[in-house]
Write a protein of this length. Structure first.
Length: 101
């Protein structure tokens, strides 16, 4: 049954935890992970916002450093989620996608 209080999850995040079109996690766990990932992306975006908007090389360097830190410290077992967080943070900053994460 549809719950009107469900969080709308972006397809890019849902794809992290789906195989053959079927979710691998319960809805509540998926929502919790998404909310945490989105909050982390917003916090990262606030920190890296000082990188000049026209300096793609510095943006890429900053995001690769953030991803390395996430994988080493927080999301060791969930590198695809770390990629999503970094990509989302770049999107929040209005930066072009960083191809070599």
């Amino acid at each position: 049954m549809y719950d009107h209080n469900q969080t709308l999850l972006p397809e890019s995040f849902l794809a992290l935890y789906a195989r053959h079109g079927r979710p691998l996690l319960e809805r509540k766990e998926m929502e919790a992970r998404y909310e945490s990932a989105e909050l982390l992306a917003e916090q990262i975006a606030a920190v890296v916002a000082s990188v000049p908007a026209d300096d793609a090389a510095s943006q890429g360097e900053a995001m690769r450093a953030v991803k390395a830190s996430l994988v080493a410290d927080l999301l060791r077992e969930r590198e695809p989620e770390a990629n999503w967080v970094v990509t989302r943070a770049a999107e929040i900053c209005g930066w072009a996608p960083i191809d070599d994460l």
